[in-house]
Design a protein around this ligand. Structure first.
Ligand code: SAM
Length: 232
């Protein structure tokens, strides 16, 4: 079967939706949605020739051709306006996800839900949502094969973060994730513990440096590390 991560993403797709999976690689998510009867139609978009061909082959093998369309192109350029109810973009950096959404804004009309799974840079994705009238409605964090993943789900609506003003500022919630903060799972704690350890190593390195800027940088990082204590 497909990864826990992709299964979790699939569960956020409303039953019977027309789903576009952008950057679909081997079209594993799209296939899963069809085989499980979760989506009525899927569009698998791919920028690169290799994964595009793999996606085509996968859809051909499953004999679900009438309910699937595999397209080669950059981001949302493969879509016609109004064609998809849901857009999934998973397994890329947050900045790339944001640039795909930004470049394809005209294709978002009629889209009801975004399911985004940035590998890094979740903060940039949450910020894009509130700046573009998308309301974060759910978040998940999970660990698989030693890697921690976050899934962010948004629908059109109130572009403010929930739990705003409760213990954490908006800026902090953009980093942590408001639903994840509310849930305070072990995986979330682990994520920030890892992050903290990474920065502590940088402090050790900087302490060995005799550059004059080092002391200032150490202070900044120490403030970060202390902040992370509050998340853990
Ligand atoms: N979405 C799958 C997942 O989460 O398992 C695959 C993730 S894979 C790491 C990222 C895929 O996105 C690659 O197959 C890559 O070719 C594709 N990709 C990168 N930039 C893209 C873009 N601008 N438009 C469409 N696909 C893109």
């Amino acid at each position: 079967s497909i990864s826990k991560r992709l299964q979790k993403i699939a569960r956020y797709c409303p039953q019977g939706a027309r789903v576009a999976d952008i950057g679909s690689d081997h079209a594993l998510l799209a296939s899963y949605l069809l085989v499980k009867g979760m989506a009525s139609f899927v569009i698998a978009g791919e920028l690169n020739e290799g994964p595009f061909q793999a996606a085509q082959k996968q859809i051909h093998t499953l004999q679900v051709k009438d309910r699937a369309s595999v397209r080669k192109g950059n981001g949302l350029a493969v879509l016609q306006p109004g064609e998809a109810d849901v857009i999934c973009i998973a397994g890329m950096g947050g900045q790339l996800i944001v640039s795909i959404l930004e470049a394809g804004k005209d294709k978002l009309e009629g889209v009801q839900r975004l399911i985004l799974q940035p590998n890094v840079g979740e903060e940039a994705v949450r910020l894009w949502m509130i700046e573009n009238d998308w309301q974060l409605i759910a978040e998940s964090i999970l660990q698989e094969d030693g890697v921690i993943y976050e899934i962010l789900v948004a629908e059109r609506g109130n572009p403010t973060l929930p739990y705003e003003g409760k213990e954490r500022t908006q800026e902090e919630l953009l980093r942590i994730g408001p639903f994840l903060w509310d849930e305070k799972s072990e995986v979330l704690q682990e994520k920030w513990l890892h992050e903290q350890e990474k920065w502590q190593k940088v402090i050790v390195q900087l302490n060995r440096s005799d550059k004059p800027e080092a002391a200032e940088r150490i202070k900044e990082i120490e403030a970060e590390v202390n902040w992370m204590d509050e998340v853990i």
